[in-house]
Each structure stands twice: as structure tokens, then as C-alpha cells.
Design a protein around this ligand. Sequence first.
Ligand SMILES: C[S@@+](CC[C@H](N)C(=O)[O-])C[C@H]1O[C@@H](n2cnc3c(N)ncnc32)[C@H](O)[C@@H]1O
Length: 346
Amino acid sequence: MSRPIEAQVLQHYRTVNPSRMPVETPEAWEALVERRLRIFRDRLHLPLQLFRGAQVLDLGCGTGEHTLVYAAWGAQVTGVDFNRLALERLQTLFARRRLHATVECTSISQWQPRQSYDIAVADGVLDHVEDQRGAFRKLAASVKSGGLVVICVAPLPGAEQRVLLRRLISRFSGGEAERAVALMRKWFPEYLDRARRFGSRTELQIVADNFLTPRHQPIALADLFDWMVEAELSLYRSWPPLEPPLADQANHQPITWLLSPYRAHLIRQASAWTVQREQDAEVYRSDSPEADRSWRHARWMEESQRIEALLAAGDQTALDQYLPTCQVVGRGCCGVGEWWLVGVKP
Ligand SMILES: C[S@@+](CC[C@H](N)C(=O)[O-])C[C@H]1O[C@@H](n2cnc3c(N)ncnc32)[C@H](O)[C@@H]1O
């Protein structure tokens, strides 16, 4: 392990593993499968039949709870991760269910695919690697013709929030995990609550993964799209949803999901998700989206500038008073915390 950042990330994941989730009871297992279905089947429109008998790669699989779901859907799975402790749990989980997984304990920077896959997944991984483009290239190259690349990342739209929260938390917790959790509870309880509802991770896992990991680099959609074009992938689906321009349909042109002509259009759509609050969904439907967007933007500027000033002054007492009154920072869904993209190889 020659890369210092990789070594720090590995050390971090050995201490608090964000992928570890309860699957031991039938209720916990069903809840996990249900959450995966909500994303894969309902939002990304991936029929489960695709998994039956498919060769599926889970790059950065961690403790393998999600890998186990793909195997339960009938896939032949391969899990790759550099954390041996995590892979040991994966193997225990698979043995308990009498399922098989091929595991490769290696860093993504050293990894070379040993075969081609029908579906290659990297969920919550690319944000933590040093060479993001290189990792994406390898992932895309590992897929067969007609195969799918499924990634989940923290993209730049909406990530400003996370970066600001990360700076606040790391500054006043000194990197100490319990203290970071206490600050989050005090300042941003909605964030923790939302993250808990999304998955069955503990507060410690959420805070450590989002704010204390040594490497968390959100990826610009423009870069992701460029990498997809470079790898000759078309866009199959995304969540939040991005659609090609309607004009093509009005002109009775075939809908093309090729990325190059629509790159700018899709990035504009994506930016509309920035600093979105859950409650704004109502406003979006009933009122002018433009008005709502500019309100949120103005509010975001005002609040983030005030926080910047208090952060620079190191004034925790003032932050204790101010943060709970914020209407955008740390509220609702805090911008888009994660972005799913599915590419298809021709
Ligand atoms: C946030 S967790 C996501 C785990 C899993 N994909 C899931 O869906 O729950 C990130 C995982 O990526 C792994 N990881 C991060 N950087 C890596 C690298 N350079 N090489 C291999 N694995 C890496 C970590 O060990 C960890 O298991």
C-alpha cells in the first residue's frame, strides 16, 4: 500500500465500517432488501430478472450486505475491497445463507478485473479513492457489451452543504467520533434522522462516513458524464432523474440516451437539486420553481456566509445559537446526498 491517502482511508474503515448493517433477523434482512428494491427496481428501473444468473461485481463491497442482496436475487457475485476485516464478515454472511461469493482483497488502484461482468456496481466508493477517473475507467472496462455500470456517488450539486457541515464538525470535534456525533445531534438532528431513515446505520457510522473519513471528494457531474462518454457508456437511468430534452420527442426523433449532446442540459437539470429541502417539494409543485429556487439560493448564501464568519472566529457559542435557526443549511435532505447513475455499454 504505497499511497498515503489509501492507507488513511483503510485505517478509517477498519475503525468504523459504514457498510455494516444488521441482516441477522428476518425483519432486518427484509428491510434491507426493500431499500435496495426501492432504488434498483423502482428508481433506476432495473428489473430484478437482470440479476438472475448474471455475473455481478460489487467494487468496494465492504462487509457485503448489499452484495448478499444481489446474490439473493440470483447473481454470481464478486466482491472487491481492501479491508480484509470487512471481507471476513462478508464471507460469514454468505456462509450462513449457503451462498457463494468470490472475494478479492485488494485496493482498487492495484485491482485488475479477472473476468467481464454483466453488472458492475460501485456504491459509495468512488468518493473515497484517490484516482477517481482511473477507478471509474476500470469499473467501466470490466463490463461486457450490453452490460450495466451502476454507481452511487456524492455529486457536487448539493455537496456544498456536506462540505460545510464537514468543516464545522471536524473543526469542533477535533476528529473525535463521539464528540462529532454529539455535535451533529445538537446542530443537525434532521440530517441524522434522515440518514437513519434511509438506512439502518448507526449515528456513529453515518457521522464517521460523511464527515470524518480522511477522503471524501464529491464528483462533478460534468466529470462523471465525460468519463461515461470516454468509456462509451450511454445513460440508462439516474436518481434523481435526469431526462434528455423533450424537444426530441416533439420532433418525433428517437430518444437517445447518448450523453455527449445533452451534457450541458443534464447538468443544468442536476443543479436544480442544489440545496433542496424536503418541504420544497410542495412549493415546487404549486408555485413557480424559479421563485422557490432563488429563495433557497439567497437563503443559502446568507446562512453559509454567516456560518463561514463564525467558523473563522471559532465561535462555538454563537454557532450553537445560530445553527438551529437555519432554514436551509442542515435542513431537509441537505441537497442531494447521493447520486445514482446507470450507464449501459453498447
Ligand atoms: C461507504 S463504504 C460502501 C460499502 C458498500 N459498497 C455499501 O454499499 O455498503 C466504502 C467502501 O469502499 C472501500 N474502499 C474505499 N477505498 C477503497 C480502495 N481504494 N480500494 C478498495 N476498497 C476501497 C471501503 O473499504 C469501504 O468498504
